[in-house]
Design a protein around this ligand. Structure first.
Ligand SMILES: Nc1ncnc2c1ncn2[C@@H]1O[C@H](COP(=O)(O)OP(=O)(O)OP(=O)(O)O)[C@@H](O)[C@H]1O
Length: 667
């Protein structure tokens, strides 16, 4: 059943999961003192009406769940729309509110507000502290981050000690940011101080359209947790309050060089957001969440398990017509997105199993999960499980350690569950070693001979294992934890990379093929393999000559084998918990199919990431080549030359590059 509208319709019953449409609310801000007013945008009940500038006798009407005109007050929006949604955190649900709109449309005003007119974040915290008066046991925590130029930064730590953080996914498919700090709050005053300091750290700058324009997406995550003694459960609710950076037209914002890179990152992530919405509405099997950090973080809020509300901020006036039109169209499409709200409950651990101390687990497990609850149990089927995850949450619903151990151990296993449970100081490394032992024992049993190499040997020298056939290797891979699979894949990829650099393509190919056994869904790796296969199967491939000749031959056949290696490794990393790419819809493949042969050649040269090679392209001088290299280095291989628009190249220049290099095919 799909419920439309707001959380009012969420049942309180025993059912833990319900489908919900994203609630979309529109807010049109008043004219600012320096703006010339007109009547081109008006609000009628729950609709926004704009005058069609192409045919002024016509009006375009957009309907939403709620609409607020210029007189709309912060309090009304909160009380009528936001509060009913966010108070679902006291039922153990995840909720998200995000503001979307063009630069200067009022997003920061709405979500953050000012001392005189507090916005959604301070009001939500006031609500939570009011609730704490009724439930003193309520534990309140916040984290606050920004995504600036595609890097994630912690806004609760001093700017100078800030390093970019990684986004990860746990075995329950919850997205979280590794090493993001969180603060436990005991009073509203404490929150105000922390929040005021954090807001100052956020990246803002002045543009022609907004004196204090936010140059980043900011995400405040609030977590409330309490114990339900009656049900013997710990319940967690989360609210993610998000101020997206504004989409912008660089000609109108008057962005100079400094602002351009920021603007490219902002526009790209908002473009991907549009693609995510399109893909969700089209029912595509692959949703491009991973194409930007912001959509990756919003994954749970768009088509995920969070109750979500989008506030669409609109600037009034004819001069914003195009932006308003685009924003409202986007908002209309977003109304169709369906999320599945799930209660975050963790049943008490059985008395006879001692919990394993959290600090003894791996780094990524120790950090707080600001985006989704890491150890929820009512989140639907668990696809793959890390041994360490199981230990951190040994509840029956998430699969006990015993179950996992049994799956990979013979009955006379070297590890006993009780031994693990008793041993509070067990580390990930200990676990890996123990698992390795079990695997070696299992492999011996499988082979009955010494021709089976151990995984430890495989790691040290991936090539040494050439006697293992693929089916046997796959059998071994099946026994491994996702983490071990990734490690093995990485070892092979690294070895392959080094061999490829030495011009030993055939040996490199063997390594990449072995890596693929562990990460069979890694598309980039598959492409690399097929690229190398094409080269080595070429009758002219100079097999027995010097490595230099082979390298020259390879670079003359610029194909997928030249993808920057880190991409495969990154993918191997992500592969461990990800089934997204198993889907039938291959977004990158689809884009590449539409490329002309010249575009494909240009793409291969660009993706080589080599300055010297890129400079050989006509219309690409030193400066442009550097822009391209920097972009490919930071973002990985691009899928179409058109993507270079985000590297700062204009559409005109791109057209010239494509035209100017048509000889790449003729020659
Ligand atoms: N509802 C409102 N009432 C009064 N003033 C408003 C309202 N909304 C926005 N403003 C004012 O408009 C200006 C721009 O708003 P704001 O900074 O919130 O825009 P933004 O969408 O966050 O822009 P950017 O994406 O550039 O950060 C600010 O001076 C803000 O105080």
């Amino acid at each position: 059943m799909v419920l439309h509208g707001g959380p009012k319709r969420l049942s309180n019953g025993t059912e833990k999961t319900k489908e919900y449409k994203v609630r979309v609310v529109c807010r049109v801000r008043p004219f600012l003192p320096h703006e010339e007013s007109d009547e081109s945008v008006t609000v009628e009940e729950n609709s926004v009406v704009i005058v069609n500038q192409r045919n002024k006798s016509e009006n375009l009407k957009y309907s939403f769940d709620s609409c607020y005109g210029p007189e709309g007050k912060q309090r009304s929006i909160f009380d009528k729309d936001v509060k009913p949604l966010v108070q679902n955190i006291f039922k153990g649900l995840n909720t998200t509110v995000f503001c979307y709109g063009v630069t200067g449309a009022g997003k920061t005003h709405t979500i953050q507000g000012s001392d005189k007119e507090p916005g959604i974040i301070p009001r939500t915290l006031q609500l939570v502290f009011k609730e704490k008066k009724k439930r003193p046991g309520l534990d309140i925590k916040i984290s606050y981050m920004e995504i600036y130029k595609e890097n994630v930064y912690d806004l609760l730590v001093p700017r100078e000690s800030n390093v970019g953080l990684s986004i990860r996914e746990d075995s329950n498919r919850n997205i979280f940011v590794a090493n993001l700090s969180e603060k436990t709050l005991t009073s509203y005053d404490q929150f105000e101080k922390i929040y005021a300091t954090a807001c100052k750290s956020r990246s803002t700058a002045s543009t022609k359209l907004n004196l204090a324009s936010s140059r980043s997406h900011a995400i405040l995550s609030l977590q409330v947790q309490w114990r339900d003694e009656e049900k013997q459960k710990t319940i967690t609710g989360k609210a993610h309050l998000i101020d997206l950076a504004g989409s912008e037209d660089n000609r109108r914002t008057g962005n100079g060089k400094d602002r351009m890179a920021e603007s490219a990152a902002i526009n790209k992530s908002l473009f991907v957001l549009g693609q995510v919405v399109e893909a969700l509405n089209a029912g595509a099997t692959r949703i491009p969440y991973r194409d930007s950090k912001m959509t990756r973080i919003l994954q749970d809020s768009l088509g995920g398990r969070s109750l979500a509300m989008m506030i669409v901020n609109v600037a009034p006036g004819q001069k914003f017509y195009l932006e308003t039109h685009n924003t409202l169209n986007f908002a209309t499409k977003s109304k169709e997105i369906v999320n599945k709200a799930t209660v975050n409950e963790v049943t008490d651990q059985p008395k006879f199993v001692k919990p394993v101390a959290l600090p003894s687990l791996g780094k990524a497990q120790r950090v707080v999960a600001p985006i989704s609850h890491v150890s929820t149990t009512a989140n639907g089927p668990i696809k793959r499980q890390r041994l360490s995850d199981t230990l951190s949450d040994p509840t029956p619903a998430s699969g006990s350690f015993k179950k996992v151990a049994k799956a990979i151990c013979p009955s006379n296993s070297v590890i006993k569950t009780t031994e693990i449970a008793k041993n509070k100081k067990i580390t990930d490394q200990d676990l890996e070693q123990k698992v390795q032992k079990i695997l070696e024992q299992k492999m011996k049993e499988l082979s009955g001979t010494s021709q089976f190499s151990s995984t430890a040997q495989l790691k040290k020298n991936p090539q040494a294992n050439s006697t293992i056939g693929n089916s046997e290797a796959m059998e071994i891979a099946d026994l491994l934890t996702p983490c071990t699979k990734t490690k093995n894949a990485k070892a092979y990829i690294m070895r392959g990379k080094s061999l490829q650099q030495q011009g030993e393509l055939e040996s490199a190919l063997r390594c990449f093929e072995k890596a693929a056994v562990f990460v069979p869904n890694n598309d980039k790796l598959r492409k690399r393999i097929s690229g190398i296969q094409t080269i080595v199967s070429d009758p002219d491939y100079p097999r027995s000559t010097s490595t230099t000749t082979r390298r020259i031959f390879e670079s003359s056949k610029l194909v997928n084998s030249t993808l920057p290696m880190d991409e495969d490794i990154k993918d191997a990393d992500e592969d461990k918990n990800d089934d997204d790419d198993d889907g039938d819809y291959d977004y990158e493949g689809e884009v590449q199919k539409k490329l002309t042969n010249v575009e494909k050649e240009i793409l291969a040269i660009v993706n080589s990431g080599k300055l010297r090679l890129i400079k050989t392209l006509k219309e690409v001088g030193e400066k442009r080549a550097r822009q391209i290299v920097d972009y490919v280095k930071s973002k990985g291989p691009i899928v179409s030359p058109k993507e270079l628009i985000y590297a700062g190249l204009s559409e005109n220049i791109l057209a010239k590059i494509v035209k100017g290099n048509s000889n790449l095919i003729e020659n």
